[in-house]
Write a protein that binds this ligand. Sequence first.
Ligand code: APR
Length: 313
Amino acid sequence: MTNRKVGIIGAGAVGATAAFSLAMTGTCNEIILYDIDTDIAIGKAIDIEQATSFSPSGTKVWGAEQPSDMKNCDIVVITAGVPRTGEMTREDLLLINAKITKEVVENIKLYSPNAIIICVSNPLDVMSYVCHKITGWDSSRIIGMAGALDSSRMAYQINNHLGYGRAQTRAMVIGDHGENMIPVPSLSSIGGVPITEIISKENMEQIIARTKTGGAVIVKHLGTSAYYAPGRCVAVMVEAILNDSQIIIPSSVLLNGEYGYKDVSVGVPIIVGKNGVEKIIELELDEELQDKFKQSVTTIKKGIEVLTKNNFF
Ligand code: APR
């Protein structure tokens, strides 16, 4: 990609951290932040560009004043959304964030018609599906970022349990980005050694449980959701696309018959490269994993149904 131009919609905690991470590695020529709160986008962009003074290569970072300023991006990351507050039900949140996602996607279609979208807003799998429905683009151009984060949380739990293998651990989490996510020990390894060879089934159950509550633990301490790891995971995906890395990252993508499902976005391992989703890796799931995967898909489809019932599409 020649322009290496990345737009980030939502300059909140995750969006700004992704921008900062990208600016530090010097992967992009240009990063544009857009937020409904223009001052946040402009102020954070100035701060981030000033931080590039000592980074490997200068990245231009600027805040857009209106959606039309974010033109012809190679990649657009969507982190716009609102967090769930006390009086809001899950369904309320779903409808509010879906409306925001629809609005920003319509602008992406207008101003960056050739972009690849990385969706981060929650509920992630349903929002990724919204991106597909609203764009009508080839499904390879929309990727939901969740599996990278959930897998990094699983790796963290494995390393904490063992006390060794940091940076050598490769974990795999598939399914939805929610309570039915599926950490898969049989697809996780340290330095090439399957973790099933070194961690007992009982301890593995604990690691799986902690992986699932990985995000909630951070919320308990911080009073807000995580952003360093999510921001870094977004940057890793952007880098993989811009550099045409052709690496495997579990991500939420639209299935069209793979794994036996259609018309739903859910986390599976994919190859990421210059075209976005280069290939969906179809794993042979055993019966137990198939049941869990079905549960994940059912949960996501229920979210999509809420939108359909409310005449969203
Ligand atoms: N257009 C542009 N930006 C918007 C819009 C909109 N219509 N609506 C809200 N925003 C902006 C907010 O002003 C805010 O700055 O989106 C930003 C969201 O940032 P945070 O509230 O800090 O949330 P963050 O922690 O970054 O999470 C963003 O990613 O992980 C998910 O669940 C998370 O959906 C959430 C998203």
